[in-house]
Design a protein around this ligand. Structure first.
Ligand SMILES: O=P(O)(O)OC[C@H]1O[C@H](OP(=O)(O)OP(=O)(O)O)[C@H](O)[C@@H]1O
Ligand code: HPA
Length: 181
């Protein structure tokens, strides 16, 4: 496995495909065991989570639904500041067990801004499954219920994660060459 070039930067392999897929399988099986009988609704946050969502959902071996949403940020009023809202969420969450699927929790800002809108609908449970987490970068506290890998504060690419639009199609995770703290 070798160094690749995307736009102006070089990236090297960081988590190989077999390791990634094995961990995703374990996560899917753990979620299935924990949520048996609850008919959970998985909500995948686009764009980044599309590959993770597709792969983990194959390992959900209980009755479950999945929905894909996109978060859109817009300028609110002076008092509300920037607001994050979702498009594509048609399901009623009242009384449901909901599992958010994210590719990465970095600063935690995205989910911490969005979760209150889901909580507002009174789901029975609201759980977070994230493939990656950068604890050193996190500025907004969040509880991740199912985590794939805890990673250092370095820029990552591949498996849904992009650098300026490119690299999402890489089948595993790369890191920026020379991105040392
Ligand atoms: O914890 P945070 O610092 O908020 O970062 C995490 C978010 O950043 C990425 O999405 P991005 O906004 O880049 O959009 P994308 O999924 O379309 O790439 C990722 O998919 C998460 O949603
Ligand atoms: O490390 C990252 N890479 C790509 N996209 C991201 N979005 C949050 N963190 C990252």
């Amino acid at each position: 496995m070798s160094v690749i070039q995307v736009h102006d930067k070089q990236f090297e392999p960081y988590i190989d495909e077999a390791t990634l897929q094995q961990r995703i399988k374990e996560m899917g099986e753990a979620i299935s065991a924990d949520l048996k009988g609850e008919k959970p609704l998985f909500i995948a946050i686009l764009n980044g989570s599309f590959m993770f969502a597709a792969d983990i959902f194959k390992h959900i071996n209980i009755e479950a639904e999945i929905s894909f949403i996109k978060l859109v940020s817009y300028k609110g009023t002076k008092s509300t500041g920037n607001v994050l809202t979702s498009i594509g969420l048609d399901e009623d969450l009242f009384g449901r067990t909901v599992v958010i699927l994210e590719d990465i929790v970095d600063t935690g800002k995205t989910l911490s801004m969005f979760l209150p809108q889901l909580i507002h609908q009174n789901p029975k449970k609201l759980l977070i499954a994230s493939l990656l987490h950068k604890p050193e970068a996190q500025t907004h506290p969040l509880n991740i219920d199912y985590l794939g890998f805890s990673v250092p504060n370095k820029f990552l690419l591949g498996y849904g994660l992009d650098y300026d639009g490119l690299g999402r199609n890489l089948p595993f995770i790369y890191t920026l060459v020379g991105d040392d703290e």
